[in-house]
Write a protein that binds this ligand. Structure first.
Ligand code: AMP
Length: 216
């Protein structure tokens, strides 16, 4: 399976990607996760990316394109992967097409998760993560717990899930990322998914679409 999970921040791309990884045993490639890891480890890349990320802006194209080139080139990845949070600009999508050509990869689908704006803001303000295992929770699931129920790791809120950065991320989505919908619609690979339902049902909608269309 070779998929792109597309949509604004907060529509559930990360959550759905994790479920799809269990279903298809594929590699989850999240540029957001890769960048957060680099920030955590204070690598030169992380130090460069941090200010952009904290403000809710996009990290420069050449930085994320370089990251993706490295990850996709691995033999065990290129046949079975889900891209989550990449591409986010037209130049990134064009660079990805070039890379696919070079690596002989044919993309199957771009799953576009659709969620109304008010719901996105609500979800992002409620989102909490585990610093150790990366599990994603909503506040109501964990209450005031400061430890992850699954692994005991520290629970935290992403800096860019705070209201000002969320507003900026949604603007950035409208201006720079949304135009990609047309780009992928033209390629005939775009599959819209209604993301307004609960997690398990959205997963089922995705599987229905994939099994209906997938030719292997
Ligand atoms: P995410 O976890 O996908 O919401 O990404 C968190 C942040 O990482 C974004 O707000 C950007 O600052 C940065 N980022 C992630 N993916 C990309 C990308 N494809 N292009 C530019 N910046 C990105």
């Amino acid at each position: 399976m070779k998929l792109i999970l597309f949509g604004p921040p907060g529509v559930g791309k990360g959550t759905q990607a994790k479920l799809l990884v269990e279903e298809f045993n594929c590699k989850h490639i999240s540029t957001g996760d890769l960048l957060r890891e680099a920030v955590k480890n204070k690598t030169p890349l992380g130090l460069k990316a941090k200010t952009y990320m904290d403000a809710g802006n996009l990290v420069p194209d050449e930085v994320v394109i370089g990251l993706i080139e490295e990850v996709l080139a691995a033999d065990d990845t290129r046949e079975n992967f889900i891209l989550d949070g990449f591409p986010r600009t037209v130049p990134q999508a064009e660079a990805l097409d070039e890379l696919f050509k070079k690596l002989n990869i044919t993309l199957d689908y771009v799953l576009s998760l659709e969620v109304e704006n008010d719901e996105i803001v609500r979800r992002l303000s409620q989102r909490r993560l585990c610093r150790s295992c990366g599990r994603i929770y909503i506040l109501s699931q964990i209450g005031n717990n400061v430890k992850c129920p699954a692994c005991g790791g520290e629970i935290y809120q992403r800096d860019d899930d705070k209201p000002e950065a969320v507003r900026r991320r949604l603007e950035v989505y409208q201006q720079q990322t949304k135009p990609l919908l047309d780009y992928y619609r033209k390629s005939g690979k775009l599959v819209p998914i209604n993301g307004m339902h609960e997690i398990g049902y959205v997963h089922k909608l995705i599987l229905d679409q994939l099994y209906k269309n997938y030719k292997g």
